[in-house]
Design a protein around this ligand. Structure first.
Ligand SMILES: Nc1nc2c(ncn2[C@@H]2O[C@H](COP(=O)(O)OP(=O)(O)OP(=O)(O)O)[C@@H](O)[C@H]2O)c(=O)[nH]1
Ligand SMILES: [Mg+2]
Length: 402
């Protein structure tokens, strides 16, 4: 799943203003008639309910809109360029890495929802020695290119503490953000005519388009996340709680990407999106196993369910060891969450002990009295569906805020 990409977004600059003078059969040198350039195309991000991933933007480095056309003679205004609409999945966050000067000016003065009016935009002029002389090139103003945003770095990036700015969140279908506004067309020499300046040889450059490097991050919009060590039975629980059909395997790291399923209350009045998160291991915060990049997705969950189970090889050991192992699992997962982002510990939590069909009566009766950080665990078997309804209700309880 491609859920994070870095891209340069470049709006088009405005078309250059024209220096020209009216010519006709009987008038050799008429008044100035250089037209204004057209506006550059803007880049608009739009949340599209039909878009499920950011995959189409992976491997792309830049998306640009065209510049406006130059102004023409005879007071012709250059054509404006088309806007470019970039469709992203609902739930996409836009983090800014760098921006050029016009991009910064609008962001700080107007915000990205609105366009900056032309009167607030700085313009620069050029002066020709004579009509038809070459136009000196305009100064360039580009956003600084980041040099460290490889796919691997992106996958493990903790955006919240990266220093990048969250500039927009597209959470509603159809929501739009003008992420880069196109430049304005430069005025032609016709507009500089005055009683003192009857033959102006000056006109304006088009203003530069906004240029931004951004990271687009797709948030999985899950209500409840299932977290735990590899192989504890998270995907199996998702498959029995919801209609989802995740891969299930008798080995660690079967799940490589978060999976979602929809759980519906019996009276169909409530829906809860449950996410099965790949297994965490001790040291995941230092990049071991699959790392912790997936925890990015649980940050917005209403509730987290820690899934614990006794590993097959411990099923024949004394029950006290089994219980100790469960407590160890709980603290490993908790410590990894803490290392990733301590605010994850503020999310409403439940504990589920899975695979109870495999356990001895003795273990089960002791587990009934056990608590994990003061939380009474729900004892469940996905194989026999024992207590499944209780877990089902736990998800709905977390959804409605505990
Ligand atoms: N007997 C029994 N086996 C179970 C139960 N739940 C899961 N298992 C088995 O446990 C193994 C791991 O299950 P998964 O659901 O893939 O575990 P996971 O936590 O998603 O694992 P990762 O994706 O690797 O993190 C599989 O062989 C399952 O068949 C259960 O309730 N009873
Ligand atoms: Mg799994």
């Amino acid at each position: 799943m491609i859920d994070i990409v870095a891209l340069q977004l470049q709006a088009g600059s405005g078309g250059i203003g024209r220096v020209s003078f009216h010519r006709s059969k009987y008038i050799l040198k008429g008044g100035p008639d250089g037209g204004t350039g057209g506006n550059g195309g803007s880049i608009i991000l739009r949340a599209d309910a039909g878009q499920s991933t950011l995959k189409r933007y992976s491997g792309l480095n830049a998306i640009s809109a065209e510049p406006g056309k130059a102004g023409g003679a005879k007071n012709c205004t250059g054509a404006a360029a088309e806007n470019v609409v970039v469709s992203v999945p609902v739930g996409t966050c836009v983090w800014q890495v760098s921006e050029n000067t016009p991009a910064q000016k609008r962001r700080l003065s107007i915000g990205l929802e609105k366009k900056i009016p032309s009167k607030l935009v700085e313009r620069s002029q050029f002066l020709l020695e004579k009509e038809g002389a070459p136009i000196p090139p305009a100064l360039q103003d580009a956003a600084e290119e980041p040099n460290n945003l490889t796919t691997k770095v992106l996958a493990n990036l903790d955006l919240a503490s990266s220093g990048y700015k969250l500039v927009a969140t597209l959470s509603e279908p159809g929501q739009e953000v003008i992420i880069c506004q196109g430049g304005f067309g430069g005025r032609g020499n016709q507009l500089f005519k005055s009683s003192r300046e009857t033959t102006p040889l000056r006109a304006e450059y088009g203003t530069p388009g906004e240029d931004r490097w951004v990271i687009l991050e797709q948030q999985l919009l899950a209500d409840v996340g299932l977290i735990g060590l590899p192989n504890v039975g998270k995907s199996t629980l998702l498959s029995v709680l919801t209609q989802a059909t995740p891969a299930i395997g008798a080995y660690p790291f079967t799940t490589l990407e978060p999976q979602l399923g929809m759980l519906v209350s019996e009276d169909r009045s409530q829906e809860c999106v449950v996410a099965d998160i790949p297994g965490l291991i001790s040291g995941a915060s230092e990049g071991r196993g699959l790392g912790l990049s997936f925890l990015r997705h649980v940050r917005h969950c209403r509730g987290l369910i820690y899934v614990l189970s006794v590993a097959d090889e411990l099923l024949t050991t004394p029950v006290s060891e089994q219980i100790t192992a469960l407590h160890e699992q709980f603290s490993i997962v908790r410590n990894e969450l803490l290392a990733y982002d301590k605010t994850l510990l503020d999310i409403e939590t439940a504990v589920c002990i899975a695979k109870t069909d495999l356990y001895s009566e003795e273990l089960l009766s002791l587990l009934e009295k056990e608590t994990f950080a003061d939380i009474t665990p729900v004892l469940v078997s996905a194989a026999t569906h024992d207590n499944l309804e209780l877990l089902h209700n736990t998800c709905l309880r977390l959804l409605s805020g505990g």
